[in-house]
Design a protein around this ligand. Structure first.
Ligand SMILES: C[S@@+](CC[C@H](N)C(=O)[O-])C[C@H]1O[C@@H](n2cnc3c(N)ncnc32)[C@H](O)[C@@H]1O
Length: 194
């Protein structure tokens, strides 16, 4: 089973640190859901097979895939993952469940393609507390972020979606990032095992 390092490492405080701590621990065939420009690739172990799923791939992602032997670009949405059941060892969701059209279906598909015991590792920004000023600002900003930022909806309760998805075990932590932006975009990270 891919490992997620948890002890004797500095606490995770941001996305780049999360990537550096978690991604190198994954092994086998790795599905990178909503791979973006392919930033994960450089941090994965050289021996893994990287499957970059991205419905709107740009030149940087195509180049990253070409430069990594054994990798593959899958230009399909996460709601319809073009892979066999139980065919991947681990999956990555890094600020993606805010953007996909249907997060619950994305996770159903993720569970389908993970082998038994395989894990999803995730780092996602989520809705602020109901009734808070941050939540009101998120709601006001969401038409703009949906339009301009890969369909990103800042008001999603992604922790709940992950917890209800049907994984056998979920380990989820909420990060408290200081500053105005931290308040506006609370973050969860962790792993979920099929
Ligand atoms: C904020 S970016 C994150 C990119 C990358 N995972 C990272 O960590 O930098 C969100 C990505 O999700 C992709 N995306 C949006 N809808 C998607 C869908 N239905 N299926 C798969 N990817 C999707 C976008 O094209 C974009 O590349």
């Amino acid at each position: 089973m891919p490992r997620v390092r948890r002890s004797s490492t500095p606490p995770i405080v941001g996305q780049q640190r999360w990537r550096r701590q978690v991604l190198p621990t994954l092994r086998g065939t790795i599905l990178d859901i909503g791979a973006g420009s392919g930033v994960s690739a450089a941090l994965l172990h050289p021996g893994v097979a990287w499957l970059a799923l991205e419905p709107a791939p740009g030149r940087r992602l195509a180049a990253a895939v070409r430069s990594r032997p054994g990798s593959q670009l899958l230009t399909k949405p996460a709601e319809r993952i073009p892979l066999e059941d139980a065919s991947v060892d681990a999956a990555i969701c890094s600020t993606v469940l805010c953007s996909v059209a249907d997060p619950a279906l994305t996770l159903t598909e993720t569970i389908r393609v993970l082998r038994p015991g395989g894990v999803l590792v995730f780092y996602e920004h989520v809705a602020a507390a109901p009734g808070s000023t941050a939540r009101r600002i998120q709601r006001l900003a969401s038409p703009l972020t949906r339009l301009l930022d890969h369909g990103c909806d800042p008001c999603r309760d992604t922790a709940d979606t992950i917890n209800r998805a049907g994984f056998s075990h979920v380990h989820l932590e909420t990060l408290r990032i200081s500053g105005v932006l931290g308040g506006l975009a609370p973050v969860i990270h962790g792993y979920a095992e099929r």
